[in-house]
Design a protein around this ligand. Structure first.
Ligand SMILES: NC(=O)c1ccc[n+]([C@@H]2O[C@H](COP(=O)([O-])OP(=O)(O)OC[C@H]3O[C@@H](n4cnc5c(N)ncnc54)[C@H](OP(=O)(O)O)[C@@H]3O)[C@@H](O)[C@H]2O)c1
Length: 351
């Protein structure tokens, strides 16, 4: 019997964690199309906290059901290896990248695709397709073994950065020539700034006082201001990664009709408040549009180019700190949840 561990959190109090242990089925117990994955390593950033904060709204708790009715498993992005399989095309030793639980193992029901497979388990059927797809590394043209850490940390975030920046360019910045970005120290925000640099707009980063120096050091923003400081009054687009009602209201008060677009992308401040003045950025819409405009290959080629440009610099911007096992995973979770993680380091956890 293989022993599995799973970290569950209390859905109503994300600081409450528990490590569960159970036994996995023997290989003879795997049903047709089922594959047993051993999680290798994952990244953990504020994005994963957001999955917990809005777990009920988007259905994030349904990806990896475990624990009691008030508990849930936070999804993470990372690599895993097939350790047992009923699918010939996915033999033991196959390495995959995708959406993984805070757990040592995962059983998926694999339906093969050209890039890997989709998990067709019943409990995932209603969930967004992008989260159910797994890439087999030796079929992924963007895969580079030396960049695995950067991939687990940045790839899901940078796709959003790329599509968000592209949508602004596609709309000629709605007539604005300044883009104001909150939680400017976050990876998704500075990935967006990376994509917008040299596109003819002024980039203003808003951040916590303690993160001003780091955010300046990125060299991506023309101006970095602490929350509460006044921005220049000029036609601007606001990209909100913080979800802070105070920051939003201060900007609307200061810029008035000069705030030509207010786009909501993140919730680093962990308050899920809706505001009619802001529109939610839904990355799959822009993904669909560009797939139509450029074709899948054209999109993959453009994203690949942007990704290579970003990863060439990302390693110098943020140092990777490695951790291992469920106890250290819980420690990292608590630090990221409490906003204690330092933006100049990023956490990768081996399971
Ligand atoms: N809509 C989408 O498709 C999509 C995709 C990817 C990411 N996102 C969102 O973008 C946001 C950033 O994610 P990320 O993974 O890039 O973040 P990250 O790199 O881990 O961001 C860290 C930064 O977030 C702020 N922060 C973190 N924890 C906080 C806390 N407890 N209280 C207050 N501020 C806190 C701080 O920035 P400051 O001091 O600069 O505020 C901190 O430096 C998340 O909300 C994520 O869900 C959305």
């Amino acid at each position: 019997m293989i022993r599995r561990w799973t970290v569950v959190v209390d859905r109503d109090d994300l600081t409450e964690t528990e490590v569960l242990h159970d036994e996995l089925p023997e290989s003879s117990d795997l049903s047709d199309c089922e594959v047993l994955l051993r999680v290798s390593h994952v990244g953990l950033t504020a994005n994963n906290v957001t999955y917990g904060v809005i777990g009920d709204v988007i259905g994030y708790w349904n990806f990896f059901p475990a624990g009691g009715p008030c508990q849930g498993v936070i999804p993470l992005w990372g690599f895993a290896d097939v350790v047992d399989s009923t699918v010939d095309a996915l033999p033991a030793g196959t390495r995959v990248y995708g959406y993984l639980p805070m757990a040592s193992h995962l059983v998926v029901r694999a339906k093969l695709t050209s890039a890997g497979f989709v998990d067709t388990s019943d409990h995932r059927a209603e969930l967004p397709a992008v989260y159910n797809s797994y890439l087999v590394t030796d079929r992924d043209p963007a895969y580079d073994e030396r960049l695995e850490d950067l991939q687990v940390l940045y790839r899901p975030l940078f796709l959003t950065s790329f599509l968000l920046a592209d949508r602004l360019v596609d709309n000629d910045f709605h007539g604005a020539r300044t883009v104001v970005i909150s939680s400017a120290s976050s990876k998704t925000a500075f990935g967006t700034a990376h994509c917008l640099k040299d596109k003819g707009v002024r980039l203003v980063g808003l951040t916590s006082p303690r993160n001003v120096e780091f955010t300046k050091s990125l060299g991506l923003y023309d101006t970095v201001l602490p929350y509460g400081a006044s921005v220049d009054v000029e036609p601007s687009v606001y990209l909100d990664f913080s979800g802070s009602a105070d920051v939003r209201s201060a900007l609307h008060d200061r810029l008035g009709s000069g705030l030509v677009k207010d786009v909501s992308i993140g919730l680093t401040h962990q308050a899920a408040a809706q505001d009619a003045r802001s529109e939610f950025f839904f990355a799959p819409d822009q993904l669909r549009k560009r797939t139509t405009d450029w074709g899948s290959d054209g999109l993959a080629q453009r994203f690949g180019e942007a990704w290579r440009g970003f990863t060439a610099q990302a390693g110098d911007r943020v140092a990777v700190v490695r951790h291992s096992g469920p106890e250290e995973l819980v420690d990292v979770w608590q630090a990221v949840l409490a906003g204690k993680a330092n933006p100049n380091t990023a956490d990768v956890i081996s399971f």
